[in-house]
Design a protein around this ligand. Sequence first.
Ligand code: AP5
Length: 211
Amino acid sequence: MKTRLALFGPPGAGKGTQAYFLSERLGFTHISTGRMLRMAEREDSPLGRMAQAYTASGHLVPDDLMYDLVERALNDCGFDRFVLDGFPRTLAQARWLSAFLAKEGRALHVVIFLDLADEMIIARLSRRRVHKVTGESFHLDARPPVGVDPALIIQRADDRPESVVERLHVYRRSTQAVADYFRERGDLRRVPAAGTFDAVHDRIIRVLYEP
Ligand code: AP5
């Protein structure tokens, strides 16, 4: 089975949700750069203060601020059985990751491109709520936070409509090069992200077991 993965795709495609399922059901370490940044912001750490203006407006945080975070997370999980969520998302990050893993004698097994149409992205993000402490993603209709203290359920600052529009622009501008990079290496697999949570999960599992 493929055990070194990255989930890639537009905001709201379901990367965080599917990475969470992989961690809960298959014991993968879920490495979400967006969640690490939101945590740093909540703690008001120097990284959080630097990142805040970028994340709130929907822009990417500079590449060099991301590398330490990812390096530590990969070290902590022993460079295996991990799912990267939201990293890499620039060509520089993709090249950095390949070089970093190569130094450890490893390589990504697969980059799963979760593909979703814009109108579904908007529908998902406008109804998303997240758990303030764990970062788990819910959807008010499709996956309501049943039994969770409502005081812990919040809307992300960057899910405001103007930030969502900007995130989609940023995604289109900076991520084509990332897709091309992994496609040329033969590592990219497109997985349709429409359908139920379990349907998407099953498609991902099939990719993990492909020869
Ligand atoms: P990040 O947190 O990575 O945001 P993103 O990539 O925009 O992705 P999202 O978290 O919005 O969506 P998702 O695909 O995880 O969808 P989810 O599973 O929640 O990054 C945030 C910011 O941090 C960036 O804008 C940037 O500023 C910065 N950043 C992060 N990484 C960076 C990096 N590497 N470099 C530079 N800057 C970086 O699902 C969305 C909703 O849909 C939920 O409500 C969910 O319940 C629902 N849903 C999911 N699947 C389904 C389904 N099958 N059916 C129905 N509903 C579903």
